[in-house]
Write a protein of this length. Sequence first.
Length: 290
Amino acid sequence: MHVPVLLNEVLKYLDPQANQNFIDATVGDGGHAKAILEKTAPNGKLIAIDRDIDSISRAKINLEEFGNRVVFANDSFGNILKIVEESGIGEIKGVVIDFGMSTGQLENSGKGFSFQKDEILDMRYDIRTPLTAEDILNDYGEAELFRIFKEFGEEPKARMVARAVAQARDRGRIKTTKELVAIIEKVIRRRGKIHPATKIFQALRIEVNGELAEIEKALADIPKILSGGGRAAFISFHSLEDRLVKNWSKDLSKENIIKILNKKPVVASAEEIKINPKSRSAKLRVIEKL
């Protein structure tokens, strides 16, 4: 089973107790959800949200033992308020949102999330999303590609990559991850552990799925769904996500709507990084509703 990132830290801050209700807004393979459900036995419920129907299918298998204590929603966490209202579940004591991708999505989706595999350039969490990464690469103007690579990927060589993509597609449509990686590697040389394609793939994934807009929608509704003293834990993997949560937390704490429980983000221990290298870039921020 997928190893959930910062699990002990999430449990420490959310402190789930018997019969309390929680939300895992990015359930993935169900790692965080399982640990929370064990703590909230015998009657605590959990709303398990994920845009990816394959993630929901895996989570249903992994959380089968909890029966009707789990309510599944194949939807975006941007719709968290509507999902809670429709669930009919009472007081919500805590929410966890892990903005990272599950191992299953990276390794088994076949949608081109990983630059280490040769797959189609899809990158949609939800197949109902109209736009694919292939559409963006082949149909967006060069200036728009530059903006996405710069803004969402924070890639210093964004302009050069955008130009290289525009030139390559003149010779034929770019359809696979392998083709895209070859274009990027001609422009960006590998330095250290980070693959040259990392930030470009990140930028495309964010654009395809409208990820930052969905985060903003969810943040706006978190105070509405939490009961007094309820907590929300956010795990981010790059600075754009972390910055959104950080600024939102600051604004709401000034208005005395929430309290920030950790001034500096919690990061993975050396032991966790050794077991799960993907946790290296994870940052956890936690708030409590006043």
